[in-house]
Design a protein around this ligand. Structure first.
Ligand SMILES: [Ca+2]
Length: 455
């Protein structure tokens, strides 16, 4: 029955297209080439005898490796530890930026965010023209067009105006917020799709409850669920706050000793949410049918003790602490339990990786920048050497990883670090490695010319 539902749903989506209003569909319909390629992919998927896996991507906000016990951090997070024990832990996985919007754009599109002109935080309604264009083939759209039920609960931050709404970018359902974030208690400015919605409760719980409900409703057919938490972004409000601490005006954004224990509680609540998702899958007998990927959209704000942070820098930084983030892949029976990966990977690799794992074979119609790491996830095969760029012009300049080399260029300032023996990026070795500098500098210049907006 489950497979039959899947087939019917798949065929409906191949010929049906978007779950949006007719006028919007006309206005923002995908281009014919992308539709054709995705339809071909769907047809190939529908021929597969094996039911494809559910995909759940859990994205934390501003969470650093130093915050999690999994990485010897200062907060005990046993549910994320469990994911790691039963799955694969990544130690060199990166968000594509050290701030929210660019990382999320790269994940959803599988491409460098610069191509969409999104290199910095999108500041709500003040930037009406910035967002992911509705015709863009996103990872959610590929799953949707392949017969998956799709949903996003939580933070979007990839365009504030209605035309950039997640409903136009491959999500059947969206309940959450379009901006960077707000209060955790009975949050305001949320949307149910395009409509404003008033909600009671604590943000982490609302997102978790909606996600669990979605899993229950779609337990009999494949689904793609994007859980984008507000946690652990400021303001540092906990579930147990007394009413006076839920009011605006209290100093809830500062990184200080007062907020540190509150931050810790927010991390623990996030961990509990991960546990709720895993428990729901177990209860419904879906653990063997579901890949869960947990990660963060950028590094931490450095609330934890310095000695427990493995990297230099944090959010808003081109040092590794800005973009080397926690990441765990979990799929019992498919991803080998207890494995560790030191492969150089990034958020935009999830698009080609997860779609291939789901059996959606296609011909890279959008020239994805991300690489397909399926064989690494499932068979621990090595990843071929690759270059990875972190452009944040003009604020931070551009950074680049090539193997263990890390280069950061901003204006005339050039830094080169050898991460093999200097993981905390303390010694600039540019003058001793002129050939490496020359090669990487050229690669950065080529990158900047390659990822121009609209390319
Ligand atoms: Ca963030």
């Amino acid at each position: 029955m489950r497979l039959l539902k899947y087939f019917l749903s798949s065929m409906k989506n191949i010929f049906g297209c978007f779950p949006v209003t007719e006028s919007v569909e006309k206005q923002y319909a995908m281009n014919a080439a992308a539709t054709f390629v995705i339809a071909m992919a769907c047809a190939q998927l529908a021929e597969s005898a094996e039911r494809p896996p559910n995909i759940i991507v859990i994205l934390a906000d501003d969470l650093g490796c130093g915050d999690l016990s999994l990485y010897n951090g200062w907060v005990k997070t046993p549910r994320i530890d469990r994911m790691a024990k039963e799955g694969m832990t990544f130690t060199d996985f990166h968000s594509n930026s050290s701030v929210c919007s660019p990382t999320r754009t790269a994940f959803l599109t599988g491409r460098y965010q610069q191509r969409f002109g999104i290199v910095d935080v999108i500041v709500g309604k003040n930037e009406p023209d910035v967002g992911i264009p509705a015709a863009t083939p996103t990872v959610s759209r590929v799953f949707q067009q392949s017969g998956y039920a799709t949903a996003l609960f939580g933070k979007w931050h990839c365009g504030y105006e209605p035309r950039f709404n997640p409903l136009y970018l491959g999500f059947d359902e969206f309940v959450g917020f379009l901006h960077g974030g707000g209060g955790y208690h009975s949050p305001t400015f949320w949307r149910d799709g395009l409509q404003p919605i008033s909600l009671q409760g604590y943000t982490t719980d609302i997102i978790t409850d909606r996600s669990v409900d979605f899993i229950r409703r779609h337990q009999n057919s494949p689904f793609f669920l994007y859980i984008a938490h507000q946690a652990v972004h400021n303001p540092y409000q906990t579930r147990d706050d007394t009413p006076d601490l839920r009011e605006p005006g209290w100093n809830q954004n500062a990184v200080n000793d007062v907020n540190r224990p509150r931050y810790k509680k927010i991390v623990e609540d996030l961990d509990q949410s991960v546990g709720s998702i895993l428990d729901t899958l177990s209860e419904l007998g879906l653990s063997q049918d579901t890949l869960v990927f947990f990660w963060s959209d950028n590094g931490d704000v450095r609330m934890g003790p310095t000695e427990r942070r493995p990297y230099h820098g944090g959010k808003f930084s081109h040092f590794e602490g800005g973009h080397r983030v926690p990441a765990v892949a979990w799929w019992p029976g498919k991803i080998k339990a207890g494995t560790k990966s030191d492969a150089l990977l990034a958020g935009f690799d999830l698009f080609p990786t997860l779609t291939d794992i789901a059996g959606i074979s296609w011909d890279n119609p959008t020239n994805l920048d991300g690489i397909n790491a399926k064989d690494h996830f499932l068979e621990q095969k090595p990843i071929a050497p690759r270059d990875l760029f972190f452009g944040y012009e003009p604020k931070l300049g551009t950074a680049m990883r090539r193997d263990h080399w890390k280069m950061i260029i901003k204006g005339d300032d050039l830094q080169l670090y050898n991460l093999k023996n200097d993981l905390k990026e303390t010694i600039n070795v540019a003058t001793q490695n002129s050939e490496i500098v020359q090669q990487m500098r050229l690669a950065i210049e080529n990158f900047k010319q390659t990822v121009l907006p609209g390319s």
